[in-house]
Ligand binder design. Structure first.
Ligand code: ARG
Length: 565
């Protein structure tokens, strides 16, 4: 990898630099790479940044092999801009070409175990758009960590215990426990009962009391309530699975909150013994410095809560999964919960040097910039959303590809529609609120899923037409557009590595979009199939590598590609 090699030379040339910061300038006139080391070292060396830059440039020329650089320039106030020689770039393509679908794997990752907590919908409640975001972002991170060589474990922490079951069981009993029920029935039951619970004048308080009694009974192992719970669980899981199938999502474990029930008492006991938890108005709480609200781990009626379960879950992930790192792909609105949780498990000594991170994300907004939510009381809306994406994609495909069969067009529409929804989510900085805009999502131009899928299919069609591709002599890749594509391909492992450090999937979408644009620019300028044989072979190899990288990248994002569309 060119970058790794360059870093080595810089380390030799600048032994007193703690870190080697190398960036790729946005504008080509500043070089292939630029570094600000001189600016950072000037003080320590007691010289002006420009003098230090000059020293670095000189040293760099001597430590690198003859012909590695095309040019090194220093510019005010002390940047060192670096151009890689054409021969170096050409040679670097050999490695990419040979790596095939392994291209992109970082070379320096340690083998660690990362547990990724994603999706986490709540049983007997509709899966919300927030859960959709968590599912899509979490699955992408899971794929990327796995590809990078980590031992990734995906765990779907279902909300399958807790107070909604009090409401549901109370309402279900009141309704005479009908045998044949659906997910819509359950959601309706939940919505109706909780609405009545809020109406004090109509006896809401008693209804609330009844709900609390039922959840307590469930947690204490009451057989009737447990049987009802199992029934609700099975109905919900069926519904979630339909959703996951449609999205092509899977998990290594689906240990919901209920899995930890038997451990909660012990957690509270130990927390009290260690003086980490205290009693407060009958409840047991863990006070956290800097956060006003304490974390409640047992209510005054003895019921355990979401935070208690999360403590038990972390213990399990460390003891059973041997987690080195735990990532929680959950919306911004739970920021305080995770701050409290992470601090509590450290106080309890459950977490020592393991890493914990809340992978936050913003809301999904509708085109009117208002919160986009699946209508309460309706479970079909999220499935409906995906169905609408497919239907809208179908319209576009029908127009673009009237010659394909209905069946083929439907298949393309499914891949494009679902891909567009995912890409829309992943291509925006996850921490901001994102806008759900059908037209932009399904646009075949611009930074969209369909544009990348379409670019891939077009590259594959060129390769199909070429039929026999023989060996590539890299010396034939001379045009600046070709060298640009090689340099872009060189970046791929870095992008993957940066996501394993910062957890931003949009780094990958940005990268793939730029790669697609560079590749399109190249083959629009350079003849491929009609070129003279040596050049033809070299360009085909380059196109094959770009196509492979697009496919690898899109698949890591959970987005399918098509050979033809
Ligand atoms: N069920 C939760 C919710 O819908 C999300 C679970 C997130 N994971 C966790 N370990 N707390 O808000």
């Amino acid at each position: 990898m060119i970058r790794n090699e360059l870093e080595q030379y810089l380390r030799k040339a600048v032994p007193d630099a703690e870190t080697i910061e190398l960036t790729i300038p946005e504008h080509a006139q500043f070089g292939h790479f630029t570094t600000n080391i001189a600016l950072r070292l000037a003080k320590a060396r007691g010289k002006s940044p420009m003098d230090v830059a000059e020293e670095i440039a000189e040293k760099l020329r001597t430590v690198a092999p003859e012909g590695f650089f095309a040019n090194i320039e220093i510019v005010r106030p002390g940047f060192v801009n670096i151009w890689i020689a054409t021969g170096t770039i050409q040679n670097s393509f050999k490695e990419i070409n040979e790596a095939k679908n392994n291209w992109g794997k970082p070379t320096t990752i340690e083998k660690q175990t990362v547990v990724i907590d994603y999706s986490g919908p709540n049983i007997a409640k509709p899966m919300g758009v927030g859960h959709l975001r968590s599912t899509v972002i979490g699955q992408a991170l899971y794929n990327i960590f796995t590809f990078a060589g980590w031992n990734a474990i995906g765990d779907n922490h279902l909300g399958d215990w807790g107070k909604q079951f009090g409401v549901l069981i109370a309402a279900y009993k009141e309704d005479g426990k009908p045998e044949d029920i659906s997910i819509d029935y359950l959601v309706g039951l939940y919505v109706a009962y909780s609405t009545r619970m809020k109406d004090v004048a109509a006896g809401g308080a008693e209804l609330g009391e009844a709900a609390r009694r039922e959840v307590k009974k469930l947690q204490d192992g009451d057989e009737e309530n447990l049987a009802i719970w199992k029934k609700f669980y099975a109905i919900s899981i069926e519904e979630f699975k339909r959703m996951y199938n449609m999205l092509g999502v899977s998990f290594d474990h689906t240990l919901g909150e209920s899995y930890y029930n038997s451990q909660l008492e012990g957690i509270v006991k130990v927390a009290l013994e260690k003086n980490v938890a205290i009693e407060s108005e009958g409840a047991i709480v863990i006070p956290i410095e800097g956060i006003e609200a304490p974390m409640i781990i047992r209510k005054s009626d003895g019921a355990y809560l979401y935070p208690t379960t999360d403590i038990a879950t972390i213990k399990h992930r460390i003891n059973e999964f041997k987690a080195d790192c735990m990532l929680y792909v959950v919306g911004n609105e739970q920021a305080m919960h995770f701050e409290q949780l992470f601090s509590a498990v450290k106080k309890l000594g459950i977490v020592t040097d393991q890493k914990l991170a809340h992978i936050k994300f913003g809301l999904m907004l509708g085109e009117d910039m208002k919160k986009f939510s699946t209508r309460a009381g309706k479970t079909v809306s999220l499935l409906g959303l995906l169905e609408e994406a497919i239907a809208r994609a179908k319209k576009v495909v029908d127009e673009k590809q009237p010659d394909l069969s209905e069946e083929e067009r439907q298949k393309i529409a499914e891949v494009v529609g679902i891909g567009a929804v995912k890409y829309n989510d992943l291509s925006q900085n996850r921490q901001s609120d994102i806008v759900f805009n059908w037209d932009r999502m399904l646009n075949f131009e611009g930074n969209s899923g369909p544009y990348l899928q379409y670019t891939y299919a077009r590259l594959k069609s060129i390769l199909r037409k070429a039929e026999n591709i023989s060996t590539c002599d890299v010396d034939n890749l001379k045009d600046e557009t070709e060298l640009q594509v090689i340099m872009r391909l060189q970046e791929f492992p870095e992008v993957i590595e940066s996501i394993t450090k910062q957890y931003f999937p949009h780094y990958l979408t940005d990268y793939l979009y730029t790669l697609a644009k560079d590749t399109n620019a190249m083959y629009q300028k350079m003849p491929v199939l009609k070129a003279e044989e040596n050049e033809r072979n070299a360009r085909l190899a380059l196109i094959a590598a770009a196509a492979q990288t697009l496919k690898t990248g899109l698949e890591l994002l959970g987005i399918k590609t098509l050979e033809q569309m």
